[in-house]
Structure formats: structure tokens, C-alpha cells
Write a protein that binds this ligand. Sequence first.
Ligand SMILES: [Fe+2]
Ligand SMILES: [Fe+2]
Length: 262
Amino acid sequence: MKILFIGDIVGKIGRRMIKDHLKEIVDKHNIDFVIANGENVSHGKGILRHHYFELIDNGIDVVTLGNHYDNKNDIRRYINSVDRLVRPLNLLHEYPGEGSIVYEIEGITIRVTNLLGNAMMPESVNNPYYALIDMLSDPDIEKTNIHIIDFHAEATGEKYCLAHALDGKVTAVLGTHTHVQTRDYRVLEGGTAFISDVGMTGLYDGALGFDKDSVTNKIIYGQQSPFVIPDEGKGVLSAVVLDVDEIDGRTRDIYPIYLVEE
Ligand SMILES: [Fe+2]
Ligand SMILES: [Fe+2]
């Protein structure tokens, strides 16, 4: 089975990249199942209900989130009424929705889990490893053929170490959040696929998918500068493809996609 995982979709250009390019990628790589991180889908932070459905209509099977899960209040009203949207599992507080969901495709069950990292992240969370192990050790949990984890975290070391700790227990630990695709993709000894960060889908010639001057004004010059997100511009689509053995849940191969428009 071939699974496509798309890195953080940012704003209108990110949504257009899905509309314009997802189908050709799915056809070219014989993709069976598509997951995408959608924490930045609506104006760069959060995901509105109609944007969630736009992604589903354009061929994404499951949408994961990250530290911006709650940036649009709209989500609290609709997350319990949709079945393909995964918010972080290891939140400290009660929150609607699920941190792990199971999707079935032609008799193959695929679990998708969203975890937030601890290191250098703005929100305090439960330990991601133990949150996951607690969930998996619940005798009532549905066992699945495949288990993909979106590990939404800042530090490459934390991401790799979680993957190492889970090697052989899950199909893949795929990093998101930094918006920069890394070169460290590989299948670990126990058959778990890993990449520190899948990267970003949105404005190519910007900073993190936002207008580069607006981000630079804040991060470099220390000004009060809201991040501006353009509606038009050349886009990039960042993703990885997993070739998974659906019988034993191990990954055979992982390779990146980094599609930059002409
Ligand atoms: Fe993001
Ligand atoms: Fe994030």
C-alpha cells in the first residue's frame, strides 16, 4: 500500500496546491491513502469547517493538526461531527475530538495519531511517548494493520528519539511543524519510517509559507508585525510517500516529494 503524507498546508496557496497538484501526484505514485497536516489551512492558523471539507473534497483522506489546533473557534463546534480530523492526542486538558482515529480502506485498517512535542513548543503537553503507549496498551483499543504518527514538534532530536523508541511498534513517525523538509528520511531497523520534518505546502518564496518581510519584521527586527499571508504566488508541495506492507504494518520504503511550481 502506498501512503502519501503532506506537510503543513498553509493558507490559500497551500489549499490551491492541493487542488492543482494532488491528483497528478496520486496517479503518478499510485497512492492509496492520503494524510495531510492541516493546522495552518485557514489564513495560516487553524482550520475552518469549510476548509476541512475542501481538503476532503480534493482527495485528502485524513487531516491532522498541531499546536494551532484551536486557533479557529469554529473547530470546537464541528470536530465531533466529522470523522477524518485528528487533533493532538496528548493535550493536558479536555478538548473535543479525537487524538487518534482509524480509517478503513479495502479491508485494511489504518490508525492515524497526532502528537505534540515537548521541546521548545508553546503549549505544555503530556509526555508524547507515554500518552501513545497508554493509548496502545488499552485492552479495548482497536488493533490496526497500519499506524501512522504525525509528530508535531520543533526539535529534531526529540523527533528522532521518539521514532527510535517506537521503532517496530508503529508504521511511521513523521515530523511536522518546522515547515522545512529534512533530508533524514529513512526506514529504521524495526520497519518504522521516519523523517524529522515533511515540510510545508504553500508559498514557495516566503518564510514558513508567509510573506517573508512580515515574518522578518517580527523575528529579526523584533517589531509587532502580524504574519501576512499572500493569496497568490508560486507554490511548493512537500510530502513523503510510504510504501507499506499492510500485512505486518512495516514500511518498505520512504521517499520525499518536493514539488515547486514553475
Ligand atoms: Fe505548521
Ligand atoms: Fe505547528
